[in-house]
Design a protein around this ligand. Structure first.
Ligand SMILES: Cc1cc2nc3c(=O)[nH]c(=O)nc-3n(C[C@H](O)[C@H](O)[C@H](O)COP(=O)(O)OP(=O)(O)OC[C@H]3O[C@@H](n4cnc5c(N)ncnc54)[C@H](O)[C@@H]3O)c2cc1C
Length: 395
């Protein structure tokens, strides 16, 4: 007799078959990623149709409670949904820092009023969020941050600046770490605030990168007024919220990289590096196989961590996942370049196939994985201290 989960799988498969438009079952290029937000644009109407249908099911945030826009699915059911979407190459209908980072934190630590105010909008992609953590003088040593928030009656007054804010110029709101006590030990004077980036006094300046494009901003705050009710948690107790959010960030960087592997390596090697009879050279073949095994093993670890969200070590385990993913992703990129032979040497130009240029860019982007969400060195320190119990060399 079919189990409940098997019946759920059948229902999901049937629904996806009927509701996922054909053009939403194709690989997505960066410019097509649906980030939502006040200014969201949908050049392909199927993207909007697919998003609306998934919103209606509560499947943009399947495990969130229904009253906040989710479907109240168990982790196991959500994994079934993901597996069935993967089988038909269905695109993720909505990406956002709201879904992967802020939402889970608000579900755990927000007030009921904050949950009702922010979560349904995140689930429906109405508001695009960015992260205001790093500062010019506070990266790895994040707790040294100095953006100042002073309570003035019913609002905070914010002054200072944040840096490396991904897509801040495309975002609507920011979740931001601010210093509310300059006399307390540094971890104990930090608060976690939410505010609208269109508030007077906010200035977002894109940072031009060597590639010519810009995903980052430096964001300046000059007497920005933020209603006091936008404080999450207690004043000066923002550090533990910040860490919790980093756990979700690390977990999700890992998860998304793992999903994006979906082993095109065999196809690339067959297309560009095989002999006339379709054989891939044995050394390359064995390295691709090893890569596939590592990807698979990490995929299983990710699924396990999702099921064990209450595990007290989940925070440090997200560091394991993030470090491993950053390495494995880079290794994968290098194998892809190698497998493509001369086609993998291009940066631009009609003589290079588009897919090869895409892989080269993915490889280069992969280098940032060991920095974003906390560098690999910092995460290795966490693993050494919290998981392995090694002594802290700084003390
Ligand atoms: C793609 C990308 C997206 C990002 N998006 C955002 C964003 O949206 N919002 C945001 O707030 N920030 C963002 N960041 C910034 C990111 O969080 C920081 O770059 C990161 O935390 C490192 O800080 P830093 O750049 O100041 O480097 P530093 O802290 O100056 O580190 C420099 C080097 O020293 C090493 N190091 C530092 N301390 C130690 C230590 N104790 N032990 C061993 N080694 C150490 C580091 O590992 C690194 O190699 C993003 C970064 C990238 C690359």
């Amino acid at each position: 007799m079919a189990t409940e989960l098997e019946r759920f799988r059948d229902e999901v498969r049937e629904w996806l078959e009927l509701n996922c438009p054909a053009s939403m079952r194709t690989p997505m290029v960066d410019s097509e990623i649906p980030w939502g937000g006040r200014n969201a644009k949908f050049p392909n109407p199927d993207t909007k149709l697919w998003l609306d249908r998934m919103i209606e099911k509560g499947w943009t945030v399947p495990t969130w409670p229904e009253q906040y826009g989710g479907a109240g699915l168990s982790i196991e059911q959500a994994q079934v949904l993901e597996q069935e979407m993967e089988k038909i190459n269905a695109r993720t209908p909505l990406f956002s820092m709201g879904i992967f980072m802020l939402g889970p934190v608000l579900l755990e630590l927000g007030t009921e009023e904050q949950k009702q105010r922010f979560l349904p909008d995140i689930a429906r992609g109405k508001r695009r969020w960015c992260q205001g953590y790093s500062e010019p003088g506070a990266g790895s040593d994040l707790a040294s941050l100095s953006t100042k928030a002073e309570l003035r009656g019913d609002h905070y007054l914010i002054n200072g600046s944040k840096i490396w804010n991904s897509e801040a110029d495309q975002s609507d709101w920011i979740f931001c770490l601010v210093r509310t006590d300059f006399d307390a030990p540094k971890h104990k004077g930090i608060s976690f605030l939410l505010f609208d980036l269109d508030s007077p006094g906010v200035d977002r300046q894109p940072i031009k990168l060597i590639s010519g494009s810009s995903v980052f901003c430096q964001t300046f705050f000059d007497d920005v007024k933020v209603p006091a009710e936008n404080l999450v948690g207690e004043e000066n107790a923002g550090w533990s919220i910040a860490k919790r959010l980093l756990q979700y960030e690390r977990q999700n960087v890992g998860k998304h990289l793992n999903k994006s592997f979906d082993i095109k390596l065999w196809d690339l090697a067959k297309k560009y590096s095989s002999s006339a009879d379709g054989q891939i050279e044995p050394d390359l073949r064995s390295r691709i196989a090893r890569q596939a095994i590592q990807d698979g093993a990490l995929g299983l670890l990710i699924e396990r961590l999702e099921r064990e969200a209450d595990n007290p070590n989940a925070g440090s385990m997200s560091s394991v996942m993030k470090v491993a993913m950053a390495d494995i992703n880079l290794q994968r990129g290098e194998l892809a370049i190698e497998a493509m032979g001369a086609a993998g040497l291009g940066w631009q130009g009609d003589e290079f196939p588009e897919e090869a240029l895409g892989e080269v860019r993915v490889w280069l982007r992969g280098k940032a994985n060991s920095i974003e969400g906390g560098t690999s060195e910092v995460n290795l320190n966490i693993i050494a201290k919290r998981i392995l119990g090694l002594p802290d060399p700084q003390h």
